[in-house]
Design a binder for this molecule. Structure first.
Ligand SMILES: NC(=O)c1ccc[n+]([C@@H]2O[C@H](COP(=O)([O-])OP(=O)(O)OC[C@H]3O[C@@H](n4cnc5c(N)ncnc54)[C@H](OP(=O)(O)O)[C@@H]3O)[C@@H](O)[C@H]2O)c1
Length: 277
């Protein structure tokens, strides 16, 4: 019997605390995949088909699995509200940079960390998880089911959760940003004027799907790049300029910057942890 069937028998809900950019996508995906879901938002929110509340205690009482998708500093308030019901529950923290030790010190739940990206909503997410010391083998099955509902899922060491935040969470934004630059360049040069913006976005959308599906088939992006360019042609001329203008270094610096911010966030959280401890 799968965890989902066990939970249904026990009438346990998956409670998602924080229905912001990430939380509402997790809640909706799980609901669409047939899980009993309840969500909470500080200022209230309606989500089609899903019970929502502003009362985290009520959500915690009703749920056997709690997903925390609030910004890190808001966690301590949430912890106060759910503490009475946390014992015996599986708690999945989606918060970046928030280490398990801090969560374990704050709540007596079976705590684990998960990391995903916004494409979870469409089933194209890449997610990682790491288990806390109180988690059981059944908890791991539940986590794998929940994360697989939105795409691929990998078990990681805790120190790799930061890497997953970058390679899955942030990278989705970075690749979108680079795509935005390509579209802006096309506009700036006045290309494809007879097409609407929507049609131009479709061209890049198809292109990204193409690269994505080739990569899912096991191709390395460098193979795709090589196969596109012919010797002495337009694409090859473009590649040369990309190297010359330091695109590779710019991306490396982008990662360095994000890692630096992660370290700052961790320091900030350690301070908050002490004040709340
Ligand atoms: N965005 C991503 O792509 C992504 C990816 C991976 C992980 N994460 C992690 O997910 C967490 C949320 O990020 P986000 O981008 O979704 O932020 P967000 O859009 O700001 O959402 C956070 C939500 O939490 C709600 N909230 C705050 N305190 C609450 C409380 N006491 N009870 C119930 N809800 C409460 C906020 O409600 P109000 O607006 O009403 O205050 C807001 O809707 C962060 O820790 C982040 O590290 C995000």
């Amino acid at each position: 019997m799968s965890y989902r069937q066990l939970e249904r028998l026990a009438d346990g809900h998956i409670g998602v605390i924080g229905l912001g950019k990430l939380g509402r996508r997790i809640a909706l995906r799980l609901y669409q995949e047939g899980y009993p879901v309840i969500g909470s938002a500080r200022h209230g929110m309606e989500l089609e088909g899903i019970e929502t509340t502003t009362d985290n205690s009520y959500l915690a009482e009703k749920s056997s699995i709690i997903v925390v998708a609030v910004k890190q500093p808001d966690f301590f308030q949430v912890a106060e509200e759910i503490r009475a019901y946390a014992d015996g529950k599986l708690l999945l923290s989606a918060m970046a940079a928030f280490e398990l030790a801090g969560i374990d010190n704050t709540l007596p739940a079976r705590n684990a960390r998960i990391m995903t990206n916004l494409e979870y909503a469409r089933g194209n997410g890449s997610s990682g998880y790491c288990l806390g010391s109180r988690c059981t083998a059944m908890d791991e099955i539940a986590i794998q089911e929940i994360l697989s509902a939105g795409g691929d899922c990998y078990r990681l060491r805790e120190e790799e959760m930061r890497d997953m935040t970058l390679d899955s969470g942030c990278a989705l934004g970075f690749v979108a940003k680079v795509t935005e630059y390509f579209l802006a360049a096309s506009d700036q040069l006045g290309m494809l004027k007879s097409l609407s913006q929507k049609q131009k976005r479709r061209i890049y959308g198809r292109l990204l799907i193409g690269i994505g599906s080739a990569m899912l088939d096991g191709k390395d992006p460098s193979e795709i790049a090589v196969s596109v360019a012919s010797k002495g042609g337009m694409t090859e001329a473009g590649y040369k300029k990309m190297e010359q203008w330091g695109m590779r270094e710019a991306i490396l610096e982008t990662y360095h910057m994000a890692l630096e911010r992660e370290r700052e966030l961790q320091e900030l959280l350690k301070g908050l942890d002490k004040n709340n401890g």
